[in-house]
Ligand binder design. Structure first.
Ligand SMILES: [Zn+2]
Length: 297
């Protein structure tokens, strides 16, 4: 339903006109959470009583009597922000090649910067989690790259340069079908060279060893065999991060790279991003503020 209503061409005004009430958003969230109709999270039964005595409906399973709310086990759980604002955030972050930042989001949603930042960070967290569940497979191509200073020809790494590995599953025609961009820990670097331990760590964490036929990894910067498409993608990611967030330190970089790849991968498979994001957020448990700030993003 959502992919029919919201497309890549939908404007902010059109979107706000469609999702104009808590009720509309509540229905859309229900469909995203339970596309086949209500399903009890405890026993799997498909019928429930709806209790409407609060801000959002509560569902009581007709079999085991377990009560569940519309937002439990979603990214919205624990938030006092309205569904309309959350849906608007989904829409803004789903915009191809654009996304949004906390300053813009707080102004459009009419919430504090902290609330906007938290919404974005929670959404980014579920994107990163989803990416962890999708290792590269089949034919895999990897190239090292740098995020940070636009041009630094020396062999020594500038402190603001973040080494990355950009990996892709490719089809028989050599076209990328799924891309990941991951920071390389400085422990795996010697000046600007990636140590073998760095590529091994990437293989370990991001490649499905049982389902991979061929891996080619290029870490020499001026090699003739380097994957120019992947380097181009890393450049685009750097530009988007610089334009949208005006550059940033290493702490949050991985979350931004994952967000970039999330939209890119859906674009590669021509999947509707808003629809996918809403479904992902409706089926991924939230993370608390305390956990968010204590973990490495
Ligand atoms: Zn039940």
């Amino acid at each position: 339903m959502l992919d029919k209503i919201v497309s890549a061409d939908t404007t902010l005004a059109e979107f706000s006109h469609i999702f104009d009430s808590e009720e509309t958003c509540s229905k859309a969230l229900f469909t995203a959470k339970w596309p086949e109709g209500f399903r009890c999270p405890r026993c799997g039964y498909s019928h429930a009583y709806t209790i409407i005595s609060r801000r959002l409906p509560l569902y009581e399973c007709r079999d085991c009597r377990h009560q569940t709310s519309l937002i439990s086990n979603t990214v919205i759980e624990g938030s006092r922000t309205s569904l309309m604002k959350w849906f608007l955030a989904f829409f803004l972050i789903a915009r191809t090649d654009q996304g949004t930042n906390a300053v813009e989001l707080s102004s459009i949603l009419g919430v504090t910067y902290k609330t906007a930042w938290l919404i974005l960070t929670k959404i980014r967290f579920v994107m990163s989690q989803a990416d962890e569940q999708a290792p590269l497979s089949g034919i895999v191509q990897i190239n090292s790259a740098f995020y940070g200073r636009p041009y630094n020809p020396t062999v020594l790494r500038h402190p603001q340069e973040q080494p990355l590995l950009v990996g892709s599953s490719v089809n028989q025609q050599g076209e990328s079908i799924y891309i990941k961009m991951k920071k390389i820990s400085v422990a795996h670097m010697r000046d600007k060279s990636v140590l073998r331990s760095g590529t091994e760590a990437f293989y370990e964490q991001h490649i499905d060893n049982d389902d991979t036929t061929h891996v080619t990894c290029v870490t020499a910067r001026f090699s003739f065999t380097r994957f120019k498409g992947l380097l181009q993608t890393a450049k685009k990611a750097s530009k988007w991060i610089n334009d949208t967030f005006h550059g940033l330190g290493s702490k949050h970089l991985q979350g931004y790279l994952d967000e970039f790849c999330y939209r890119l991968n859906l674009t590669l498979t021509k999947s509707p991003i808003f629809h996918h994001l809403t479904s992902l957020c409706a089926n991924s448990p939230s993370i608390t503020y305390a956990k968010l700030i204590s973990q490495k993003l």
